[in-house]
Design a protein around this ligand. Structure first.
Ligand SMILES: Cc1cc2nc3c(=O)[nH]c(=O)nc-3n(C[C@H](O)[C@H](O)[C@H](O)COP(=O)(O)OP(=O)(O)OC[C@H]3O[C@@H](n4cnc5c(N)ncnc54)[C@H](O)[C@@H]3O)c2cc1C
Length: 372
């Protein structure tokens, strides 16, 4: 890390969350020199510090599944790619349905999963009990399980990306805010900061739920808004330390183990709602004590999908933001693809044209959309 701000850069990445750090790593890995990663606070201090760390392939839109497949291939080899000890815990995602309608919804994307070669299967109550011993199943209509899903520590991954990027020559500067985008005609020319201007050949906004404001300084309208979401952390529950991510489809209540404790999320989370729902779902969670509640911001777009790619109307400005609750899991794929856009002129590993900001200008709606 550095506190000195350079005056010129080849690429300025604004935002030191998981997306900015992963992109810095991929740029460094491609041999790009003169890259600056600018973070106004500390690395990870935005939404990245507040997530569940879930990694899933069970989406309904094909692009999301493909992003997960690309990302998981990287997550599995994270240590050998970055040199940092970090690992994904591939324990699966277990979706529970309590109604026939819910079960039918869980079944719908199975042909997509089969076509893309995912190990996702429907389960009955006995299968569920086998995966999570002691869990309440008498209210279940059925379940769906994806074995390639799992979870990992987002801040640990960010640290690995950032450390490796620095070794590749990326300059990381914390505590400096980009206040304005600089433009020269129809191209971006750099960023203005509280500590002076930095001229750059290209700029990437990896600024999460704060992207709209900064993009607007260059006349680019980006519909991303913050939306508060909370996680409750329990006291240790050692008996459930290796279970999958468990998600109630109808209520949205979900939980997963973290270092022997459980982390819970649900819409409109309160300590009372969590303890009540947890006790209902698993007798071992009865009498649960919530140790801490953390609130952070989702970065929502109108269709729950990110804005990824070159910004239409302003050359050399790129956007990677608005991941709507799944930006951690997709970060390596996002970074690889946006680096292809920046250095090669177009992402080639996957077609990400549907994720362009352009869709909000034309009113096109390519996604079914899902927020967990
Ligand atoms: C409760 C909760 C649960 C979640 N669960 C999951 C999950 O299970 N799986 C998953 O994949 N995702 C999950 N997410 C979402 C995930 O955490 C985010 O999608 C991801 O962290 C977004 O990363 P980012 O780098 O885009 O944004 P951020 O982490 O927000 O990083 C953006 C950074 O930009 C900086 N910044 C902003 N403006 C400026 C500026 N003008 N100048 C300089 N710096 C600036 C900010 O300080 C911030 O550090 C969850 C989120 C929440 C809140």
């Amino acid at each position: 890390m550095s506190s000195e701000l350079p005056r010129t850069a080849s690429t300025v990445i604004v935002g030191g969350g998981i997306v900015g750090a992963a992109t810095a790593f991929f740029l460094g890995d491609r041999g790009e020199r003169g890259v600056l990663l600018l973070e106004r606070d500390r690395l990870g201090a935005g939404t990245t510090k507040g997530g569940m760390g879930g990694i899933r392939h069970q989406f309904v839109d094909e692009i999301d599944v493909r992003m997960s497949l690309l990302a998981t291939a990287f997550w599995r080899e994270f240590s050998s790619f970055t040199g940092s000890a970090w690992r994904v815990e591939e324990r699966g995602y277990l979706f529970l349905a309590t109604t026939p309608a819910g079960l039918a919804t869980l079944r719908e994307p199975l042909p997509l999963y089969e076509r893309l070669g995912l190990d996702v299967r429907m389960l009955d109550r006995a299968d569920v009990e086998e995966l999570v011993p002691g869990i309440r199943t008498d209210d279940l209509a059925g379940a769906r399980f994806g074995s390639q899903d799992g979870y990992g520590d987002a801040l640990g991954a960010l640290a690995g990306f950032a450390a490796s990027a620095v070794l590749e020559g990326v300059r990381v500067v914390e505590g400096v805010t980009a206040t304005e985008l600089l433009r020269r005609g129809d191209r971006v020319a750099g960023v203005r900061t509280e500590q002076g201007d930095v001229s750059a050949e290209r700029v990437l906004l990896a600024t999460g739920c704060w992207t709209a404001e900064l993009a607007a300084t260059a006349g680019v309208e980006v519909p991303i808004r913050p939306f508060p979401r909370s996680i409750a952390e329990s006291m240790p529950t050692p008996a459930l330390a290796t279970i999958p991510m468990v998600i109630e489809h109808e209520s949205g209540f979900h939980f997963r183990p973290v270092d022997g404790a459980q982390h819970f999320a649900m819409p409109d989370l309160t300590a009372e709602a969590v303890t009540e729902r947890a006790a209902w779902r698993h007798p071992r969670l009865a009498g649960l004590r919530v140790a801490r509640i953390r609130t952070c911001q989702y970065e929502l777009t109108p269709d729950d999908h990110p804005v990824l790619g070159a910004a239409p109307g302003l050359e050399r400005l790129y956007l990677a933001a608005g991941f709507s609750g799944h930006g951690f899991m997709h970060a390596p794929a996002t970074a690889q693809l946006i680096v292809e856009e920046m250095l090669d002129g177009k992402a080639t590993t996957l077609d990400i044209s549907d994720l362009s900001l352009e869709r909000f200008r034309t009113g096109r709606r390519p996604f079914a959309g899902t927020v967990l």
